[in-house]
Design a protein around this ligand. Structure first.
Ligand code: AMP
Length: 355
């Protein structure tokens, strides 16, 4: 038996009924609604303003119903309506980002996963404390510019959308950096980026056992980032800076990737350590999460970020991935979420996966 995350009061709105899978109409909502539909669960799309017309173009992913609010900040005011609908909210990147982690964490509606994770993810220092104490390798962090001994990336706190990073080849180049807010200086890791889509089920008693449940790998992607991914075509950085071009990491899309099979043990080990430590720190992370890191030429995987919910890169795999097809054919992360909700309901264990 896993840890109960939700009180009975919080789950009272779901008493004896099939939960309605609800999320904000954005990010990975098509995948989430599609997955719920395949698993036979009702769906509700929360739209800001009138529902977007593009949902009509995707009949297998259009939610059964919409609930519109004028502004995302009005969501807490419709919590009662959402409870009446028997809604379970599925967090995704845009949902948490637009509403803000605090307001999202305070919503009085059942949420899929452990909302205690928000406090650990939304603060870069706490995130590092979690991952490092789990024994996960991360890019070195420099407390002071004088310690810098190689290429670095400077990140502002809460940098949005990949803008505002500063790259410096060495300490000398870093001295030209003029900060405009609080920042961290990190080792710039040379290697290949992988964004690994995991799913942790505290309900499962088979597969790759971790904690009281099991860990699944459902897919992997790499993000396309403008303009950094194309900068090399224009030549060296100094030339670019002279031309007034600064590198940015604005995500514009995703490409599917797979890892050398011999590196899979490392991937699972990293995922398992993060879960085990999350259980000790805050009762455990549940459901989808993404480990974002760089594989160096020494085949060391350094993690620079973790997303503790469904990531947009999983949208590549609505009909399955080279990994999830080996768990169950045609399994998407959205569908896996719906399966977990349905299994928990059938076994009377919703308190272990909702908060
Ligand atoms: P983040 O905001 O931490 O997700 O970083 C945004 C992007 O910056 C990543 O997708 C990577 O392309 C790049 N990046 C972040 N940290 C590092 C690092 N330590 N070394 C090299 N590239 C990085």
């Amino acid at each position: 038996m896993g840890v109960p995350l939700a009180s009975q009061r919080r789950l009272a709105s779901l008493d004896g009924r099939r939960p309605t899978v609800a999320t904000l109409c954005s990010h990975s909502s098509l995948q989430i609604f599609h997955g719920a539909r395949v698993e036979g669960l009702p769906t509700l799309g929360i739209s800001v303003g009138p529902p977007q017309k593009f949902y009509d173009a995707f009949p297998l992913a259009r939610p059964d119903r919409f609930l519109s609010v004028a502004r995302v900040s009005e969501l807490p005011g419709v919590a009662g309506r959402l409870r009446e609908e028997g809604a379970v909210l599925i967090p995704h990147g845009s949902f948490v980002e637009y509403l803000g982690p605090e307001a999202f964490g305070a919503l009085d509606v059942p949420v899929f996963g452990n909302r205690a994770v928000l406090a650990w993810e939304s603060d870069r220092r706490k995130e590092r404390e979690w991952l490092e104490s789990a024994g996960v390798s991360m890019p070195k962090r420099f407390e002071d510019a004088s310690e810098v001994d190689g290429p670095v990336i400077v990140k502002y706190y809460g940098a949005k959308g990949g803008k505002g990073f500063y790259l410096a080849k060495n300490r000398e180049a870093l001295s030209e950096f003029r900060p405009t807010g609080p920042y961290v200086i990190q080792e710039y890791v040379l290697g290949t980026r992988y964004y690994m889509h995991f799913f942790y089920s505290p309900l499962s008693d088979r597969g790759y056992r971790v904690g009281h449940g099991s860990l699944e790998l459902l897919g992997m992607d790499r993000r396309d980032e403008a303009n950094i991914d194309e900068l090399y075509k224009l030549g060296a950085q100094e030339e670019l800076l002279r031309a007034g071009i600064r590198p940015t990491f604005v995500v514009t899309g995703n490409v599917p990737v797979i890892l050398r099979e011999s590196l899979l043990p490392k991937a699972f080990e990293v995922g398992a350590r993060i879960i085990e430590r999350s259980i000790e720190l805050f009762g455990g992370m549940v459901g989808p999460f993404c480990v974002e890191g760089i594989m160096t030429e020494e085949l060391e995987f350094k993690v620079f970020e973790i997303s503790t919910r469904i990531v947009a890169g999983t949208n590549l795999f609505i009909s399955g991935s080279p990994y999830s097809d080996l768990v169950a054919p045609g399994l998407s992360t959205g569908r896996r979420i719906a399966q977990e909700i349905e299994k928990a309901r059938a076994e009377g264990r919703l308190a272990e996966i909702l908060s």
